[in-house]
Write a protein that binds this ligand. Structure first.
Ligand SMILES: [Zn+2]
Length: 258
């Protein structure tokens, strides 16, 4: 329970949902997993305690069986493909990109095909053919050719652009990358979540929460715990597994779109 005024706008929005008989939908994407760590344990324990499904964007070139063994104990975790090596190929002074137009498209697609097959062979049924581009950036030409590599879904950040595959974007990032590099102000995060819920009510996307367990400060963990406490104790909320969203997104995909 919370009577914290910071969280009140979310509590009220969820009460409105309940009255309207509509569910507030969330999903959780956590980036940069490679190895089992204490921070990963903390994420898996916290999400497990609240039965929240989590999609881990795993860096294929850097990971191995150790992560497989750990995730065998976490049935609520799904694994997506986080580029190939999370390596920047943009020149200095430009925004970092692994999947930009800095290399021939075939080379980039080759990396991505290798990434998908590595993650799938390691994680089998826990893997989903969803690409999460490092730094949430990818060349539009690469997107239009992604289907040929076996991917059926893409997840970046912000409002989705139409594409030939399912696009399931994150839209609320809890970290303040450009300022403190700590968790963003909880009140501002609550506002961002409520705003996204209102867009979702009008036909927009579910709340896609983006986290990075390796860099969370205590404030980030506290935010997640409060959010899960509030959202998992009401019938008005659902934390969706990524497979549900990929299925829905496939129906919205636009053939021939880049
Ligand atoms: Zn990343």
């Amino acid at each position: 329970m919370t009577s914290d005024p910071i969280w009140q706008p979310l509590v009220e929005e969820l009460a409105r949902r309940q009255r309207a008989g509509r569910k507030a939908e969330f999903w959780l994407r956590d980036d940069d997993a490679v190895d089992p760590t204490l921070a990963l344990d903390r994420l898996l324990d916290l999400t497990g305690d609240f039965a929240v499904s989590v999609t881990l964007a795993v860096i294929p070139a850097l990971t191995n069986e150790k992560l497989v063994v750990r995730l065998d104990q976490a049935p609520h975790a799904t694994v997506a493909v986080h580029g190939w090596a999370h390596r920047n190929h943009a020149p200095e002074g430009e925004k970092k990109q692994e999947l930009g137009a800095h290399r021939p498209r075939e080379v980039v697609l080759d990396d991505l095909g290798r990434g998908l097959s590595r993650v799938t062979s390691l994680h089998a049924a826990r893997a989903v053919p969803m690409l999460v581009p490092p730094w949430n950036r990818i060349d539009a030409g690469v997107v239009s050719d992604l289907g040929s590599t076996g991917f059926t879904a893409l997840s970046v950040f912000g409002p989705p652009k139409p594409a030939a595959l399912a696009v399931i974007n994150s839209n609320v990032d809890i970290m303040d990358w450009h300022g403190t590099r700590c968790c963003r102000d909880h009140g501002l995060l609550v506002q961002a979540i409520v705003a996204q819920l209102q867009r979702a009510f009008d036909g927009g996307e579910p709340v896609g929460l983006l986290t990075h367990h390796l860099v969370h400060d205590e404030s980030a963990w506290l935010f997640l715990e409060r959010l899960f406490e509030i959202t998992t104790r009401t019938e008005a909320c659902a934390w969706l597994p990524i497979k549900t969203l990929i299925g829905r997104g496939a129906a919205k995909a636009v053939p021939g779109k880049g």
